[in-house]
Design a binder for this molecule. Structure first.
Ligand SMILES: NC(=O)c1ccc[n+]([C@@H]2O[C@H](COP(=O)([O-])OP(=O)(O)OC[C@H]3O[C@@H](n4cnc5c(N)ncnc54)[C@H](OP(=O)(O)O)[C@@H]3O)[C@@H](O)[C@H]2O)c1
Length: 221
């Protein structure tokens, strides 16, 4: 396939890039700093906090699918996930590209957003510890990041595109295994961790599965 990978310099984005190349896909990497991408890959440079629509359109024109691991690296950068994803969606529409897979986060099902001001109080996959201790704690620790990702999910739901949102719990840097649990529309019971490599593995895997269109997928080891 021809793929455009946004945030190809991030933890998950880098994994997606390496795995996509290893699988024989033709990849355009989109990065805020092109020097941070390996030299044998076509790179388009774009700061998604202030993107040039024509540059984004040139990055996605002719691809079969877009993958994105975009996320704020600090609280002060929060907002980049939803605004950058909105710009990616606009570029995809201009270039007639329909398929996009992005990374959100496990707690987002319970985070309010403009389009979902009253989300469920609990994710059906979360057990007692996650519902009452960990999830509230994380949401208090990272309110701007999570508001950003919740709004990014709104952008995709309203896009009319063929989207898939992957919601991982705590990310680790262990190697790819391809062995993990997934569930549609909810988190995984007892699933506190997943590697960035296996999130990237799932992002590539869903491209072959039309059941995953317009679906949110929980993942965990
Ligand atoms: N940490 C966790 O345990 C955890 C758990 C669940 C979900 N998540 C979420 O999962 C997502 C991916 O995680 P990760 O570990 O792969 O994240 P990461 O390593 O922090 O990567 C973030 C990526 O976004 C890019 N980016 C940020 N601002 C940008 C801008 N203005 N223009 C262009 N690119 C920009 C970064 O580019 P640069 O390389 O140029 O900075 C980087 O490639 C994030 O949204 C994160 O919040 C994290």
């Amino acid at each position: 396939m021809k793929l455009a990978i946004f945030a190809a310099t991030g933890g998950i984005g880098r994994q997606a890039l390496e795995q996509a190349l290893a699988a024989g896909h033709e990849v355009t990497a989109v990065a805020r700093n092109s020097r941070n991408v390996r030299p044998d890959v076509r790179v388009v440079q774009s700061d998604l906090a202030a993107p040039d629509p024509a540059v984004l359109e040139s990055a996605v024109r002719g691809v079969d699918a877009v993958l994105s691991g975009l996320g704020a690296r600090s609280a002060s950068e929060a907002g980049v996930a939803w605004q950058g994803t909105r710009a990616i969606v606009q570029a995809m529409k201009a270039a007639n590209v329909r398929r996009i897979v992005v990374v959100s986060a496990a707690p987002i099902g319970t985070v309010p957003s403009p389009a979902r001001p009253k989300p469920p109080k609990h994710d059906p996959g979360d057990g007692f510890f996650m519902r009452h201790l960990l999830s509230p704690l994380i949401r208090v620790a990272l309110p701007k990041h999570y508001a950003d990702l919740a709004r990014m999910e709104d952008v995709l739901r309203e896009s009319g595109l063929d989207w898939t949102i992957v919601r991982p719990p705590r990310l680790t840097d262990t190697p790819v295994t391809g062995r993990y649990r997934t569930a549609y529309g909810q988190n995984l019971p007892g699933g506190a961790f997943i590697s960035r490599a296996d999130v990237a593995h799932l992002m590539l895997r869903v491209l072959r599965d039309s059941e995953t269109l317009q679906r949110i997928i929980g993942i965990a080891h």
